[in-house]
Write a protein that binds this ligand. Structure first.
Ligand code: PLP
Length: 309
């Protein structure tokens, strides 16, 4: 297959040991999407799978997509292009700048175009893609972040990945999923895969008015599922990419205790929100949860002083 979207990486499922979990008698296993590959990391690979299949079917030679100068989506896409040998073009928000992410995109061979801020805001307008597809007629466009029903479908396989590894933890079942949400696409994929079997808890990395619930509902309804079992919780600390010293200290401590690296925009906030719920007694003793490590560690190089190393 042209894009090797048949590549089925396996994310390890491991016990997560933290004192506040032990104290409350809650067991958490962490699904390490940050460990599927040395270069291609996180939920963004799973969100790409169905888009790559569609590109393959359309006979495209590569992919054109959008993102910011720290985008985990463009990073995963560029890394996949490099790994599997297809062309990638990135349309970037803002004006040309060098970040660790941008350096990687260039090293992976992604061709970059900087759209400015106004130009990037136009990305949802009718006709936005017309000039780009005229310039790159053999490329397949993917919307920002690889969202929508195709993005969610690619995330459905996470359920099976967990199911295969439960025995190795000595678990016969689990009581729910916990993960960070940006657009809610990954959560929607889990909701679809579960079809009501287990609840999915989403810790919002964006403020509550970003329409995540609408996005999730649109995806699950498009897939024909009408009674989705999920719950969204505020975890953004007042805004996407807002960080504070308490969060950074919490991450630092969690990393030391668990030996697992986190970043402050998604996974750190999601784990902090879980601690708040656990300490508020929202989960009964004996509850077993799957925490999805959605990756994003490449992006934390954008916060050099506090999280270096
Ligand atoms: C993009 C991203 C998310 C959010 O995924 P959605 O499918 O948009 O909800 C969570 N964690 C990390 C590390 C991400 O890069």
């Amino acid at each position: 297959m042209l894009f090797s979207s048949g590549w089925l990486p396996k994310a390890p499922l491991q016990p997560l040991h933290l004192d506040w979990l032990t104290r409350s008698g809650i067991e958490v296993a962490i699904l390490r999407l940050d460990q599927i590959d040395p270069l291609i990391s996180g939920n963004k690979w799973f969100k790409l799978i169905e888009h790559l299949k569609a590109a393959d079917l359309a006979g495209a030679n590569g992919i054109i997509s959008l993102g910011g100068a720290h985008s985990n989506h463009l990073h995963a896409l560029a890394a996949a292009g490099k790994r599997f040998g297809f062309t990638t073009v990135g349309l970037l928000r803002g004006h040309a700048q060098i970040t660790p992410t941008v350096q990687d995109l260039q090293a992976f061979g992604m061709q970059l175009h900087w759209l400015g801020y106004g130009g990037y805001r136009a990305r949802h307008e009718a006709g936005f893609w017309t000039p780009w597809l005229a310039q790159y007629p053999d490329l397949h466009p993917i919307p920002e972040g690889g969202g929508g029903l195709p993005g969610a479908r690619g995330c459905m396989q996470l359920k099976a990945m967990v199911g295969e590894q439960l025995k190795s933890l000595g678990w016969d079942d689990y009581d729910g999923w916990w993960l960070a949400c940006g657009t809610g696409t990954t959560l929607a994929g889990l909701v679809l895969a579960e079809a009501g079997d287990h609840p999915v808890y989403g810790a919002l990395a964006v403020p509550g008015d970003h329409g995540v619930a609408q996005c999730v509902d649109a995806i699950v309804q498009a897939a024909g599922l009408y009674a989705p079992a999920y719950k969204l919780l505020e975890a953004s600390l007042g805004g996407f990419a807002k960080i504070d010293p308490l969060l950074l200290e919490f991450i630092d401590q969690a990393e030391r205790t668990s030996g697992i690296a986190l970043e402050p925009l998604y996974t750190g906030k999601a784990l902090l929100a879980l601690r708040q719920q656990v300490e508020a007694g929202k989960f009964a003793t004996g509850t077993r949860l799957i925490f999805v490590h959605t990756g994003g560690l490449q992006g934390r190089r954008g916060f050099p002083s506090v999280l270096a190393g």
